[in-house]
Ligand binder design. Structure first.
Ligand code: F6P
Length: 359
């Protein structure tokens, strides 16, 4: 048996722990393990495929990033190919990828990625590829699994920032607006904001009214709390408005959301007359060592993925349905993205403890 492992899309703390656990579980069964570098690029001549041994996966579980590298511009069904005139043509290279896997004698692929990579896995599965998915994203927006690895680390990074912002905001009687990642979901903002006792949390699932945001800040001022912390998810948007999109996407890249913190801060300062600052936490949330929780979950996912290969659960992904790791069809997980439920107890408790959602 020869299996291959790939990591696709944006990186997330815990990828190396999955690679290590999957490789060791496979090697322990007497299987050979190939690492496909740079998403599926190693099968498309854009990078290499390398043999993974006990030695090559030694001492990596605690490291952020991915030893296999990754890309969010490598969809084999929509591969951007540069033309002599500099323009790009969207090309289907899936047949080439399948042929390349066959030539390398790859019996099955374990692919680790978020919704984009899992959608590619589903299509490859429909083309006949024997594939198992492992859900990964700091955004926690994949359905069918209680959580994805990387999310806990991102929340802790945001939490550390909120703790630090509290002290400086209080010293200066300022409002500070912190933008966190999450794309179209507000999990990172909600979890870090509630744990960090923010005053306002803005998430895409609850469109905000800037006047309500300012009411909260002014109310705090009246109570002698002259500073406020606003945590805004990058995909949040005002009621009746739309999310803030950053320009400059490259061919093959999904549209990038973000830049909302600055707009929110400017409006708050204008309406309340309070000194307001903003910052974007950005890719700090994607880097660094995975937390113990993420390392453990990633390791469990890696081991379970190899068991799924053994059980020939093709087209399935591993998922956490506490207390067990199960497998579910990738198509089921992709049916609907996971979003914060506005009636979830986390939101209710946030409201009960005085946090405003600007609604
Ligand atoms: O999906 C993970 C994520 O970090 C999102 O939260 C964010 O919007 C996006 O990826 C950023 O992508 P990139 O690394 O391409 O800027």
């Amino acid at each position: 048996m020869r299996i291959a492992i790939s990591t696709g899309g944006g990186d997330a703390p815990g990828l190396n722990a999955v690679i290590r656990a999957a490789a060791l579980s496979a090697i322990g069964r007497g299987w050979e393990v190939i690492g496909i570098r740079k998403g599926f690029g190693g099968l498309l001549g854009e990078d290499q495929c390398v043999t993974l041994t006990r030695e090559s996966v030694r001492g990596i579980a605690h490291l952020g990033g991915t030893i296999l590298r990754t890309t969010n511009r490598g969809n084999p069904f929509h591969y951007p190919i540069r033309q002599p005139d500099g323009s790009f043509v969207d090309t289907d290279r899936s047949a080439e990828l399948m042929a390349s896997a066959r030539n390398l004698g790859i019996d099955a692929i374990i692919t680790i990625g978020g919704d984009g990579t899992l959608a590619i896995a589903q299509r490859l599965h429909e083309c006949g590829m024997r594939i198992i998915g492992v859900p990964k994203t700091i955004d926690n927006d994949v359905s069918g699994t209680l959580t994805t690895f990387g999310f806990d680390t991102a929340v802790n990074t945001a939490l550390e920032a909120i703790d630090k912002l509290h002290t400086t905001a209080e010293s200066h009687d300022r409002v500070i607006v912190l933008e966190v990642m999450g794309r179209h979901s507000g999990f990172i903002a909600l979890h870090s904001g509630l744990a960090g006792t923010a005053d306002v949390i803005l998430i895409p699932e609850i469109p905000y009214d800037i006047r309500k945001v300012c009411d909260k800040i002014v109310e705090r001022d009246g109570l002698g709390r002259h500073f406020s912390i606003v945590v805004v998810a990058e995909g949040a948007f005002p009621r009746g408005g739309h999310e803030s999109v950053m320009g400059g996407s490259l061919p093959g890249e999904a549209k990038r959301v973000g830049g909302i913190a600055d707009a929110v801060a400017r409006e708050i300062q204008m309406i309340t007359n309070k000194e307001t600052r903003s910052l974007v936490l950005g890719h700090l949330q994607r880097g660094g060592q995975p937390t113990g929780y993420d390392r453990l979950l990633a390791t469990r996912f890696g081991g379970a993925a190899v068991r799924a290969v053994e059980d020939q659960r093709w087209g399935h992904m591993v998922a956490l349905q506490s207390p067990h790791i199960v497998t579910i069809p990738i198509s089921e997980a992709l049916r609907e993205p996971k979003r914060v439920e506005p009636t979830h107890d986390t939101v209710l408790t946030a409201r009960a403890t005085g946090i405003s959602f600007g609604d």
